[in-house]
Design a protein around this ligand. Structure first.
Ligand code: IPM
Ligand code: MG
Length: 354
């Protein structure tokens, strides 16, 4: 069986980290006989430069026909003056929407070898293993918006159906983990959050009575993430809250560069991308941390290829590299010589036990 993977390297450090992820996937494919086939396509600023639109029709068609999509990163100051309708980010949001990728899985696990890299006290970090499930195709990112003169508005809308499906996806994942789910909203202020809490409560009570359920307001959740991070298992929340909380949570692991994500819908191709951005300040220097990208490749193997063993092998190889003290610049200690993006990818390949 073959799996066709569309690779959207994107902008900034996107191509550099994607190259390492693809290298690892190629090695896995030949060793485990997975039949992965890669096809490159344009997204974001790279697509604006080439064809004048951040999500060209050919890219969308290729992604829809693929088994999975791998994405590096999009955006950068070069396109800050582009009209809002064709900013690089519009390409990514359009792709998420068009592929129906409503559930964005962002795992955050502290790696013992990196405890010193996190700004948090080490005793708080012990046992942190969180999976944030961020709703990805609704909310304020996709609501009506307008600007006129000195005023502007963005609207946040959710339907019961949108809330139900992401809560179910998160609850199923909680069942396969430690059985706890924390739903996050702003129930004391927002109508969308009142609908969210009502719907989440009903879905969990009627369909997942075996789970331990907790509801938190988003401001409190931001605090609890730092004061008791090890208490969380699965966290489920709406689009913008999830965006903000996962950047905060990345500091538990130590660097944005470490974290992967998978965006899934109802069947159809999944989209896999590190949670970091295009980091234009270090683009082209072979300095970006490819861990988030390589671990996103592991998620691709798990969720789109059914290759769990291969996914575990990739994750173990990354752990082994970090355990051996190999560091990219973002996680290196003072005075330590940092590995470049390519050398780090090579180190992962060398430890791939498949
Ligand atoms: C993310 C990013 C995106 C988002 C941007 C690039 C549109 O911050 O994936 O977290 O806000 O969803
Ligand atoms: Mg973000």
């Amino acid at each position: 069986m073959t799996h066709s993977i569309v690779v959207l390297a994107g902008d900034g450090v996107g191509p550099e980290v994607s190259a390492q992820a693809v290298r690892v996937l190629e090695a896995v494919s030949s060793r485990a006989n997975l039949g992965l086939e890669f096809e490159a396509a344009l997204l974001g600023g790279a697509a604006i430069d080439a064809v004048g639109h951040p999500l060209p029709d050919e890219t969308l068609a290729a992604c829809k026909a693929a088994s999975a999509v791998f994405l590096g990163a999009v955006g950068g100051p070069k396109w800050d003056t582009a009209p809002v309708e064709i900013r690089p980010e519009v390409g990514l949001l359009g792709l998420r929407k068009e592929l129906g990728l409503f559930a964005n899985l962002r795992p955050i696990k502290t790696i013992p070898a990196l405890a010193a890299v996190s700004p948090l006290k080490n005793e708080r970090l012990e046992g942190v293993d969180i999976l944030v499930v961020r709703e990805l195709t609704g909310g304020i990112y996709f609501g009506k918006r307008a600007r006129s003169g000195s005023a502007a508005f963005d609207t946040c809308e959710y339907t019961v159906g949108e809330i139900e499906r992401v809560c179910r996806a998160a609850a199923r994942l909680a069942r396969s983990r430690r059985g706890k789910i924390t739903s996050i909203d702003k129930f004391n202020v927002l109508d969308t959050s009142r609908l969210w809490r009502e719907t989440a409560t009903r879905v969990f009570r009627s369909e997942f009575p075996d789970l331990e359920v907790e509801h938190l307001l988003v401001d409190a959740a931001a605090m609890h993430l730092l004061s008791r991070p090890a208490d969380f298992d699965v966290m489920v929340t709406e689009n913008m809250f999830g965006d903000i909380l996962t950047d905060e949570a990345s500091m538990l692991a130590g660097s944005m560069g470490l974290l992967p994500s998978a965006s899934l819908g109802d069947g159809g191709p999944g989209l896999y991308e590190p949670i970091h951005g295009s980091a234009p300040d270090i683009a082209g220097q072979d300095a970006a941390n490819p861990c988030g990208a390589i671990l996103s490749a592991a998620m691709l193997l798990r969720h789109s290829c059914g290759a769990d063993e291969a996914a575990l092998a990739v994750e173990a190889a990354v752990d082994a590299v970090l355990g051996a003290g190999i560091r990219t610049r973002d996680i290196a200690s003072a005075g330590q010589t940092a590995f470049g993006t390519t050398a780090f990818g090579q180190a992962v390949l060398e430890r791939l036990a498949l």
